[in-house]
Design a protein around this ligand. Structure first.
Ligand SMILES: *Cc1c(COP(=O)(O)O)cnc(C)c1O
Length: 388
């Protein structure tokens, strides 16, 4: 079992530390070895076996953060997702997916599943009855992602877990947008928790990594496939990930507060049409968010009124970076139509409720007054020329 502390900050800082027995340094030493003595045949230490000292330490930290027995870390979020899915799936199986999913996950389903004879269905919306409707006798996994990208729709985690358990189906969740600071799906009955550690766990837009948290039995099963797929992370990046997670709760709590304030500011702004943030009482699934999240997260999205040019707005930002990816300490914005959801047809986007003017906002840790000033300035510049 994992070591655990009362305080989240203590867990972030200390769980899984590798002791420096040689020099008694304050931080974990970095072990870059790919070759270890074969003292014991039962424990062959090798980076692709996910068992170097640094990998084991960070996996423990992730497990403690997600309240699970065990964890594993991977070379990317997609490595974590694909290794976990394919560890449990075989030809003839069926998977039920939530409708709104990370673009890379969609691509994985569409391009890889048919090759292996694995079928899938999407729930029509995020309500639990929609999941129930598409379950088949060969459904092996129900896979959800909440809050979703980019509209921050909330799926009822406990309700989906209960449905799956009643039918003996395994559940997986992509918990990236919430981070373990804001949401612990294991407490609501989810079996396997997935993260792109590139996002809030890393938090500085400088490392690519993934993580899985689950029971020891489920991790053992994922391990059996993962040594074949080989998606392990370089120990240098593992070491950076450990350092990043030490400040994760501090960072994410600051991002929660900033995002709430920015959502309220945008909602009240005369140039803004719609705002999507689970922390707003006006959000359609705010009540479920309150039930299952400790904080509402640092992600929101919004649309400007038709009088304003979205592209011009993004180009006019000076502090907030119009760039891909999310969850760094710096604020970023992007247009899902032009980036994360560009591969979908206009019809598919419309079907998901994504309008061309939608802007996704990853709120950083900057001062809210500076973010507000940057947005005000860009709004003024993006007003379409009025005909006289
Ligand atoms: C970024 C992301 C992923 C993929 O992670 P990579 O680290 O880029 O492989 C998966 N799910 C969500 C929700 C993400 O935001």
């Amino acid at each position: 079992m994992n070591q655990s502390f009362k305080s989240l900050n203590t867990t972030c800082t200390h769980v899984g530390e590798v002791a420096d027995t040689q020099f008694k340094g304050a931080v974990s030493p970095l072990y870059m070895s790919t070759s270890y003595a074969y003292e014991d045949v039962a424990v062959k230490r090798y980076p692709r076996y996910y068992n170097t000292p640094n990998q084991v330490g960070v996996a423990q930290k992730i497990a403690a953060l997600e309240h699970t027995e065990a964890g594993m870390i991977f070379g990317s979020g997609m490595a974590a997702i694909s290794h976990a899915l394919f560890a449990f799936l075989k030809q003839g199986d069926h998977v039920v997916f939530q409708k709104e999913l990370y673009g890379g996950t969609m691509n994985l389903i569409f391009t890889e599943f048919p090759k292996y004879g694995i079928s899938y269905s999407f729930a029509e919306n995020e309500e639990v009855v929609s999941f129930e409707k598409v379950i088949r006798s060969n459904t092996k996994i129900i896979y959800i992602e909440t809050p979703s990208n980019p509209l921050l729709t909330i799926t009822d985690i406990a309700a989906v877990s209960k449905l799956a358990k009643s039918k003996g189906i395994l559940t997986m969740i992509d918990n990236t947008f919430a981070s373990p600071v804001n949401q612990n799906p294991y407490d609501f009955g989810i079996d396997i928790i997935l993260h792109s550690a590139t996002k809030y766990l890393g938090g500085h837009s400088d490392i690519l990594a993934g993580a899985v948290a689950a029971s020891q039995a489920h991790i053992d099963q994922i391990f059996k496939s993962a040594i074949n797929f080989g998606g392990s992370l370089s120990d240098f990046t593992v070491w950076l990930l450990e350092r990043s997670i030490k400040t994760m709760a501090l960072r994410v709590q600051a991002q929660n507060q900033n995002a709430q304030q920015m959502a309220e500011f945008l909602l009240a702004h005369k140039a803004v049409d719609r705002v999507f943030y689970p922390g707003l009482p006006s959000h359609p699934t705010h009540a479920i968010a309150k039930k299952q999240m400790h904080g509402f997260g640092g992600m929101l999205s919004f649309e400007l009124k038709p009088d304003y040019d979205t592209e011009k707005f993004l180009q006019s930002l000076q502090l907030i970076k119009p760039s891909m990816s999310l969850a760094g300490v710096e604020s970023t914005m992007l247009s899902p139509t032009k980036t994360s959801h560009a591969l979908l047809s206009a019809e598919e986007r419309a079907n998901q409720g994504i309008r061309d003017g939608l802007i996704r906002f990853s709120v950083g840790i900057e001062g809210v007054e500076d973010l507000v000033a940057d947005i005000e300035n860009a709004i003024v510049k993006s007003l379409r020329k009025q005909l006289v």
